[in-house]
Design a protein around this ligand. Structure first.
Ligand SMILES: Cc1cc2nc3c(=O)[nH]c(=O)nc-3n(C[C@H](O)[C@H](O)[C@H](O)COP(=O)(O)OP(=O)(O)OC[C@H]3O[C@@H](n4cnc5c(N)ncnc54)[C@H](O)[C@@H]3O)c2cc1C
Length: 322
């Protein structure tokens, strides 16, 4: 993972993970457009080792100019937008690899699962022949899912008639609304019905699927169902009157959500509880931290736009307008 790139705001607390290092990556995302980058920002910020592959046919690259993505009142050119979303996934700690994925198959090649106790995993192979393993794969390539064919699930593809010929295409309804599929560890964020027609909706779906991945990872770690969902929120430290009392409250809330029939050993439960309390704590930031991050955010944005963060438009464009 690109640790040096991990932003200060990235959450890092994890319970000791029994599956750690079983795979090259926790998550491999195929496609670095709005959908895949958005998923990566969530999984990366959570602390899952994430790789985003991005190359090949892109829908967004065909857009002449993006005018309806919230937050850009004058619109944004597609090149700048791409640079921003790619910078964002790297800031979230993901590795961004400019390679085309040709095949995703079960690791070990045995048809469904590895022999590893950590559960099934995948081998992701790129056009240049490089292979990485990942516990989870998110498909986020709007124009199709041919690279998923080696997984061998016929349900992924549907046939249709075109010009007298029978053709096959990826079934846009293969995944459920949260991106989960019949294959453990495989998620589809794109292509999906009704969603990928607009960039901002695609980013929203990417975020949603990213959160599904986090939930499933937490379930696998042992978190009970009621504690599996994760909120990536940042809150003002001023709301935190007394840290020790807050920590006790979080522990209490955690315990109240553990079902009576939970069969985790007390030691593991303690580990998960303390990791969760630590995550809660990390959500709160001081005014000083907010200021530092705001400055960093302005500078990073200004850098992309080629302007000076403190004094507005760069000198040459200022003089142009005089
Ligand atoms: C002509 C045109 C104009 C449009 N104009 C607008 C508009 O003005 N506003 C709007 O909101 N939406 C617009 N859209 C729709 C918008 O482009 C999509 O909603 C959005 O880009 C979908 O995001 P995505 O990440 O799912 O897919 P994409 O944008 O297609 O991104 C997928 C990424 O995955 C990569 N990739 C693909 N296959 C692989 C692979 N096998 N391995 C590795 N990487 C891979 C691609 O290189 C690409 O970068 C337009 C679309 C078109 C075609």
């Amino acid at each position: 993972m690109a640790d040096a790139e991990r932003s200060e705001g990235t959450t890092t607390a994890t319970a000791t993970d029994p599956e750690a290092a079983a795979f090259d990556y926790d998550v491999a995302i195929v496609g670095g457009g709005p959908t895949g980058c958005s998923a990566g920002v969530f999984t990366g910020r959570y602390g899952l080792d994430t790789v985003v592959f991005d190359r090949g046919r892109s829908s967004l690259q065909r857009c002449a100019y993006l005018e309806n993505y919230l937050g850009f009142p004058g619109g944004v050119d597609v090149e700048t937008f791409y640079e921003l979303i790619h910078d964002h996934v790297e800031a979230a700690g993901c590795d961004l690899v400019p390679e085309l994925v040709e095949a995703v198959e079960p690791a070990g090649g045995d048809g469904s699962e590895t022999a590893d106790a950590a559960g099934p995993s995948f081998e992701v192979t790129t056009q240049d022949g490089e292979t990485v393993t990942a516990r989870r794969v998110v498909a986020a390539a709007r124009y199709g899912g041919d690279f998923l064919e080696p997984l061998g699930d016929d349900e992924m593809f549907v046939t249709y008639e075109y010009d007298g010929e029978t053709r096959t295409k990826f079934d846009r309804d293969y995944a459920d609304v949260e991106g989960r599929t019949a294959i453990d560890g495989l998620y589809v964020a794109a292509p999906v019905s009704e969603v990928n027609v607009q960039a901002i909706m695609s980013a929203g779906q990417g975020a949603r699927v990213g959160r599904s991945v986090i939930t499933d990872h937490r379930l696998e770690q042992g978190y009970p169902e009621d504690l599996a969902a994760h909120w990536d929120w940042i809150r003002p430290e001023a709301e935190l009157a007394d840290e020790e009392t807050a920590r006790d409250d979080w522990r209490e809330r955690f315990d109240s959500r553990v079902p009576d029939d939970c069969d985790l050993p007390e030691e593991r439960l303690h580990e998960l509880r303390e990791a969760d309390v630590e995550r809660q704590r990390e959500m709160y930031v001081s005014e000083e931290t907010v200021e530092t991050r705001a400055k960093r955010g302005r500078e990073r944005l200004a850098d992309h736009l080629g302007v000076d963060a403190d004094s507005g438009p760069a000198a040459d464009s200022a003089s142009d307008s005089e």
